[in-house]
Ligand binder design. Structure first.
Ligand code: NDP
Ligand code: 8X3
Length: 256
């Protein structure tokens, strides 16, 4: 379906997949509404989306870990549009790679708040704005970590597995409304993800991608755009997208 003129809300749009999605949906003439905590970064992404062809671009402060922030974001959103055609629940990430034995409460809590509760909060707030029977989409960003666990990933893998359950439950709850619900579950992608996970230790973050051609934000954004532009009767329930060098979560081919 033609997405030109449709309203797309993207959480976590200040970097990585979210920023790339703002440009991808902007390029096809959508209105994009962008949420994240770093507003200056959002403003730069919104400007780039306008230059790429967005019908309009709105950068609004959003902390998905706070119900009052989600409510304030929704009020700003309602001031620019009564409807949302595509909601991309992308905000999130990993904090730390510690085994459970030495895991830290603040890391676990941050991951639950953004990746899991954030999706519930934002979806609850925006659901009344999604039209029935007109090709609307809720697209949650999960991870291959939600399919297979790894050492040091108990909390992150757990919340991404939880995100899959939210997607599945929501699809059942919305059956009959015409609102589509799906998830995109990427593998290794070079964004700010590892910088955040390793708390600014850029050398450690760079090692994650050493010798590998990882996914880039644009690869995932293009897949999101493809999912959202299927005809209204087609729902892509789940898409796993990985670098060719990553055959499985534990099997990565490294050159040199
Ligand atoms: P980035 O770190 O580049 O982007 C994360 C985005 O989430 C930023 O825009 C950040 O904005 C936002 N964010 C984080 N916490 C909050 C919050 N509490 N409220 C609002 N926004 C928040 O990483 P990615 O683009 O890679 O990550 C996007 C999603 O993709 C995440 O859910 C991540 O778990 C998932 N993912 C990433 C993979 C990878 O290898 N990169 C693979 C599979 C899934 P700000 O800090 O400004 O608030
Ligand atoms: C991010 C991918 O494998 O680092 O969700 O968990 S992984």
């Amino acid at each position: 379906m033609n997405l030109s003129g449709r309203w797309v809300v993207i959480t976590g749009a200040s970097s990585g997949f979210g920023a790339a999605a703002a440009l991808a949906f902007g390029r096809v003439g959508c209105h994009v509404v962008l949420g994240a905590r770093r507003v200056e970064r959002l403003e730069a992404v919104a400007k780039a989306a306008r230059e790429a062809g967005a019908a309009s671009a709105h950068p609004f402060l959003l902390d998905v870990a706070s119900t009052s922030s989600v409510e304030a974001f929704t009020a700003l959103l309602r001031a620019v549009t009564p409807r949302v055609d595509v909601l991309i629940n992308n905000a999130g990430g990993a904090h730390g790679l510690d085994p459970v034995a030495i895991g830290r409460d603040e890391d676990w809590e941050a991951m639950v708040q953004s990746n899991f509760l954030g999706v519930l909060r934002v979806t609850r707030a925006l659901l009344p704005m999604l039209p029935h029977h007109d090709g609307a989409w809720i697209l949650n960003v999960g991870s291959i970590a939600g399919h297979v666990a790894y050492e040091g990933g108990a909390a992150y893998c757990g919340v991404k597995a939880g995100e899959r359950s939210i997607t599945q439950a929501l699809r059942l709850e919305l059956n009959g409304t015409g609102i589509r619900v799906g998830s995109i579950d990427p593998g290794m992608a070079e964004t700010e993800f590892s910088d955040v996970r390793f708390k600014g230790d850029t050398a450690r973050a760079a090692k994650v991608y050493a010798g590998v051609e990882p996914l880039h934000g644009e690869d995932v954004a293009e897949a999101m755009l493809w999912m959202a532009s299927r005809p209204a009767h087609v729902c892509i329930d789940e898409m796993i997208i990985k670098p060719t060098d990553q055959a499985a979560i534990h099997k990565v081919y490294r050159r040199g």
